[in-house]
Write a protein that binds this ligand. Structure first.
Ligand code: C5J
Length: 232
């Protein structure tokens, strides 16, 4: 985005509209990995119906395409662990009674392990070579990652956030970002949860109390704002 005539955009959002400088805005796509989206991955080992997440793919695709068109910074995240599990706390690995634990061999390789097929991003949203991919061991994109350094390097102040799952990694990342001073606009239909009610509540928790953690907008509203960007 080099032309100052299309730097600013106003997004119809809740709890109120928000105007953004696109040159200071990044699209952050959280954990759209096979391990969460497809049968045989981490999400399913926890007993979840992974088909619940498919609805987020098309809205994210549309926003990703528009972001690429305007040259917006795009950041993809992946939750996962090193093959020796040195970054996987026992408290996470040993939790619950999943059908397979983190690090166990599954149909898409070792569950939630970096470099395995299941850990990678789904083909529909696969990152371009020029885009940033952040590998994170936790739910939030800031914990034990280079996220802060990257956002500072590119002068980013605003994050358009989407991905899965709404109440876990999306919410955790938004809360981390909010505490660090970023304006977060969560793309409602670009997020999904294995539990539709958690999706709804997860969005409500972000926009409640005057936008205590951020703003919520539909993908259509984000696309419209990108289309109708105006001169300062
Ligand atoms: C979960 C995530 N749900 N990406 N991770 O464990 O939300």
């Amino acid at each position: 985005m080099t032309n100052s005539s299309d730097r600013l955009g106003k997004i119809v959002a809740e709890p109120e509209p928000i105007e953004l400088d696109w040159t200071k805005t990044a699209l952050v796509i959280i954990d759209m990995q096979r391990d969460f989206m497809e049968p045989g991955g981490f999400g399913e080992t926890l007993g979840n119906d992974v088909s619940q997440l498919a609805r987020a793919v098309q809205p994210i695709r549309s926003v990703l395409s528009a972001a690429r068109d305007v040259g917006m910074l795009v950041i993809h995240t992946r939750e996962g662990h090193l093959p020796d599990l040195s970054d996987a706390p026992p408290a996470k690995v040993e939790r619950g009674a999943p059908s397979l634990r983190i690090g166990d061999p599954g149909p898409m390789g070792r569950i939630l392990i970096r470099g395995e097929t299941g850990h990678d991003i789904i083909p529909e949203l696969y990152p371009l070579d020029s885009e940033i991919v952040i590998d994170k061991p936790g739910k939030g994109a800031f914990y034990a990652t280079e996220m802060s350094d990257i956002l500072q390097k590119y002068g980013i102040e605003n994050l358009l956030v989407c991905g899965v799952t709404t109440e876990v990694c999306v919410n955790t990342t938004v809360r981390e970002a909010n505490d660090r001073g970023y304006r977060c606009i969560v793309i409602s239909d670009g997020c999904a949860s294995y539990f539709p009610e958690f999706h709804e509540i997860g969005l409500k928790m972000i926009k409640a109390q005057g936008g205590i953690f951020g703003w919520v907008a539909s993908s259509a509203a984000v696309l419209e704002a990108l289309k109708t960007s105006k001169t300062e």
